[in-house]
Write a protein that binds this ligand. Structure first.
Ligand code: ZN
Length: 68
């Protein structure tokens, strides 16, 4: 199962993107928070919401919930 991270930097619309560790868009180490290992991006996004009110799955690696 993949490891997931959430970006510390918000997108222009205020969302903090959730990425898998392998994603090409993964932020630099100082700009991301480690969430854990999850079987799907839904669980990772739920975890990310403990840090940020507005989170969203990355369109490249965590698209399932890319609707806000
Ligand atoms: Zn990604």
């Amino acid at each position: 199962m993949p490891e997931y991270y959430v970006s510390k930097a918000a997108q222009p619309n205020g969302d903090h993107e959730v990425h898998q560790a392998e994603c090409e868009h993964l932020p630099a180490e100082e700009n991301r928070i480690y969430l854990g290992v999850f079987g799907d991006c839904h669980s990772a996004i739920a975890q990310a919401k403990r840090y940020y009110a507005k989170v969203n799955g990355c369109s490249s690696c965590s698209q399932a919930r890319h609707t806000g």
